[in-house]
Design a protein around this ligand. Structure first.
Ligand SMILES: Cc1cc2nc3c(=O)[nH]c(=O)nc-3n(C[C@H](O)[C@H](O)[C@H](O)COP(=O)(O)OP(=O)(O)OC[C@H]3O[C@@H](n4cnc5c(N)ncnc54)[C@H](O)[C@@H]3O)c2cc1C
Length: 390
């Protein structure tokens, strides 16, 4: 039997890979339900994702899984306040009308903007380059970059662009350019639920406590039992993985806070992601998620999902939202979630191998590939394949 520890995307993917090969596999997950960082809860009838995240159905690893979950596409554009004016930018192929109306407002000549986008997708990244250096090399300067593109990408990486590897940033841009991400009914957890139900042998609420060698295999002590396993895949989060190996590479994480406000009245550009210019306040992005997925709200009211990176007070967040939307957000704050280890940061030049093998244990997780659902799934698949073949 092969034991998988951890039921996030990586662990579920590892278990499915082994199951498909016909070998016996069991998965243990510490929390009452599987899903890891793809978590959703219901608060006052509202669907609350534990941190704003979107799912890109174009991810190669999702396509391999032939996922049935349907996603409501999020508008292929974003809004920013540039020099005091609310300005919208969008993907020209999907939002022809709106972009032709809006672009001249942000950039007198839109050609350099598209040149930049084209360059960002096609230009070869230099070894060790940061996302910031890469975009500056392509000529990204001035208000559109500083007040729109840079803050938008900071909302994706949850950290500043000088800290992010350019190659990874380019992969993200390509995926965003080719496919529209979205959200499912039931919250992001709906995706995990679909995948989790495919795993035949899985136990939630069971934490792995200790792993020891036993002959050619392992004994794994959990809160409920001791398992004898031929192979063990440790697909826990980074902090818990360190408990089982001293060979885990050093990885830094970005933190974020998710705020959810009800909306008593419609706001302008409600379907769109708002990005806030750097240093204008604590908010990085804000979007009415109930406008994207109506079932997120039990009664037709909007649900503003706001992301901040630094410690900030409710008053500071509300003040900044008022600046961004040009109107005060008077709804109730129904949830505030601090996520200390939200996303692993890939610093410039860092190369991740996908999995780690140490003393016979196989480690998987997004911190070994890249900080995304696709990265977690890829790592899980590679771990499963390694367990089958070795
Ligand atoms: C705020 C936020 C925004 C994000 N935005 C996006 C986005 O827009 N697009 C995107 O692609 N990705 C996004 N991500 C990243 C994505 O959610 C993660 O990359 C992915 O979910 C990580 O999966 P994982 O399996 O590697 O780890 P995790 O999800 O952390 O799973 C690890 C699992 O192991 C379990 N575990 C830990 N210790 C034990 C133990 N001892 N025994 C048993 N079980 C254990 C945990 O309970 C957990 O379920 C975002 C993440 C956050 C937090």
């Amino acid at each position: 039997m092969i034991l998988v520890i951890g039921g996030g995307l990586a662990g579920i993917r590892a278990a499915l890979t082994i199951q498909e090969s016909g070998q016996q596999v069991h998965l243990v997950e510490a929390q009452p339900s599987a899903g890891g960082r793809l978590a959703t809860e219901i608060v006052n009838g509202f669907t609350i994702d534990r941190g704003f995240q979107v799912i890109n159905p174009g991810y190669s690893e999702l396509r391999r899984l032939d996922v049935r979950t349907q996603f409501h596409p999020i508008s292929a554009g974003a809004v920013a306040v540039i020099d005091g004016r609310t300005t919208f930018f969008g993907d020209p192929r999907r939002e022809l009308r709106s972009i032709s109306r809006a672009l001249p407002k942000i950039i007198n000549d839109p050609k350099p903007f598209f040149g930049l986008l084209r360059g960002a997708l096609l230009t070869q990244v230099r070894e060790g380059e940061s996302a910031d250096q890469f975009l500056q090399r392509l000529g990204a300067t001035g208000a559109p970059y500083e007040q729109l593109i840079e803050p938008f990408l900071r909302g994706v990486f949850l950290t500043a662009l000088p800290e992010v590897d350019a190659r990874f940033a380019q992969r993200v841009l390509r995926t965003l350019f080719r496919h529209v991400p979205g959200l499912p009914d039931g919250g992001v957890q709906a995706l995990v639920q679909e995948l989790r139900h495919r795993v035949k042998s899985i136990q939630s609420g069971e934490r792995a406590l200790e792993i020891s060698r036993s002959g050619r295999g392992f004994n794994v002590k959990t809160t409920n039992a001791t398992f004898a396993a031929r192979k063990v895949i440790v697909a826990t989060d980074y902090a818990n993985a360190q408990q089982f190996s001293s060979a885990i590479p050093k990885v830094t994480f970005a933190r974020s806070t998710a705020w959810y406000f009800t909306l008593e009245a419609q706001i302008s550009y409600q379907h769109r992601l708002h990005v806030a210019p750097l240093a204008s306040g604590p908010v990085v992005t804000a979007v009415d998620v109930a406008a994207v997925v109506p079932s997120y709200s039990p009664d037709g009211r909007g649900l503003l999902s706001v992301t901040t990176l630094e410690e900030s007070s409710e008053r500071e967040v509300r003040n900044h939202l008022q600046q961004i939307y040009g109107e005060s957000i008077n709804g109730e704050l129904i949830s505030r979630i601090d996520i200390e280890s939200a996303l692993p940061i890939i610093p410039p030049g860092a190369r991740r191998r996908g999995i780690l093998e140490d003393a016979g244990l196989i480690f998987a997780g997004d911190y070994l590939t890249e900080p995304s659902q696709n990265g977690a799934l890829l790592s899980g698949r590679l771990a499963g394949e390694s367990a089958i073949n070795n």
